[in-house]
Design a protein around this ligand. Structure first.
Ligand code: SF4
Length: 76
């Protein structure tokens, strides 16, 4: 899997704790960073493909990623 997008990640150098909020409500800071990240889509697809369980990836929390996967299964 191509990981070159990681070099352009807006979250580089940010405290990783920000991306592992204890609840979806606490995910606002992470989502704000993802919101201006130029590689957001690649990051989200990477997390979805890996069934990444924890943390905010591509602006989506674990619960939101599960929803996206469910949605895709329905429309597949
Ligand atoms: S989308 Fe968010 S988690 Fe993914 S690389 Fe960008 S800033 Fe980091």
């Amino acid at each position: 899997m191509n990981l070159s997008w990681r070099h352009r990640a807006a979250c580089q150098g940010v405290d990783p704790d920000v991306f592992f909020p204890v609840s979806d409500e606490d995910a606002a800071d992470a989502k704000a960073i993802c919101g201006v990240c130029p590689v957001r889509e690649a990051c989200l697809e990477y997390a979805l493909a890996r069934r990444e369980r924890d943390g905010v990836w591509g602006g989506a929390t674990e619960r939101e990623r599960r929803r996206i996967l469910r949605q895709r299964r329905k429309t597949a």
